[in-house]
Design a protein. Structure first.
Length: 202
C-alpha cells in the first residue's frame, strides 16, 4: 500500500520552512530580560562574532552560489571545495554565529550560548532531512564525501579548502542582498539601542 508523501516524508516540510522555524528564538532577543550593563563591551564583542559569521557565510556563498536558497533537499549540489571541504554545513554554522553575535551585542550574554545551542539542534534536524535528499541524488559520491568531511566540526587543514570560489564576488553580493540589508538594519538598530542605553545610565 502506497503511503501519502506528506506522511512518508514529513522532514521535507521542515526543510522548506527552515528559515521561518527559528523566528520565535530571534524575536525573544527583543523581549528577554537580564541584559549585561557593560553595553559597549557587549557591542564590540557581539560585532566581532557577527562579523566572523558574515565572513564565513559569504565564503560559503562563493562556492555554492544561489543554490544555497533551494527549497528542496534534493536539488542542492554536492560542493566539495572551500569551506565545504572543511565541514559539510558551513552556512548553518555561519547563521549560528551571526545570531549569537546579535544576541551578545544586545547585552544578552546568557542567551547567546542558549540560542546557539537551540539553533544547532534546529539545524541538525534540517541537516538530517537534507542529507537524505543529497544521498538519494548523489548516491555513493555523497557517502564518500561524508566519510571524508565532518558534519559540524571543521578541519581547515584539508586539501581543497583554501581555493578560489566558483562564483564571482559581484554575483554573490547580489544574491545575498536581502541578507545584507537585514544584517545592516539589525546592526543599526542594535547600535542605536546600545548607545541609547549608555546615555540613560551616564
Amino acid at each position: 500500500m502506497m503511503m501519502n508523501p506528506a506522511i512518508e516524508r514529513p522532514g521535507e516540510a521542515y526543510f522548506r520552512m527552515r528559515g521561518w522555524t527559528p523566528i520565535p528564538l530571534y524575536a525573544a532577543i527583543i523581549f528577554l530580560p537580564g541584559r549585561d550593563p557593560r553595553v559597549l563591551a557587549c557591542l564590540i564583542g557581539g560585532l566581532s562574532v557577527l562579523l566572523l559569521g558574515c565572513l564565513f557565510r559569504f565564503w560559503a556563498i562563493r562556492f555554492i552560489g544561489h543554490r544555497a536558497r533551494t527549497h528542496s533537499q534534493k536539488t542542492r549540489p554536492l560542493v566539495e571545495s572551500g569551506p565545504y571541504a572543511a565541514m559539510r554545513n558551513p552556512l548553518y554554522v555561519a547563521n549560528i554565529l551571526i545570531a549569537a553575535g546579535f544576541t551578545a551585542g544586545s547585552g544578552l550574554l546568557w542567551y547567546a550560548p542558549t540560542l546557539a545551542l537551540l539553533l544547532l539542534i534546529h539545524y541538525h534536524l534540517v541537516v538530517l532531512c537534507e542529507e537524505r535528499g543529497l544521498r538519494e541524488r548523489h548516491g555513493a559520491a555523497y557517502d564518500a564525501y561524508c566519510s571524508r568531511v565532518p558534519r559540524w566540526l571543521p578541519n581547515f587543514f584539508r586539501g581543497n579548502v583554501w581555493v578560489r570560489g566558483a562564483f564571482p564576488l559581484g554575483e554573490c553580493l547580489y544574491r545575498e542582498r536581502s541578507g545584507i540589508v537585514g544584517v545592516t538594519a539589525g546592526l543599526l538598530a542594535m547600535t542605536a539601542w546600545v548607545f541609547w542605553k549608555a546615555a540613560i545610565f551616564e
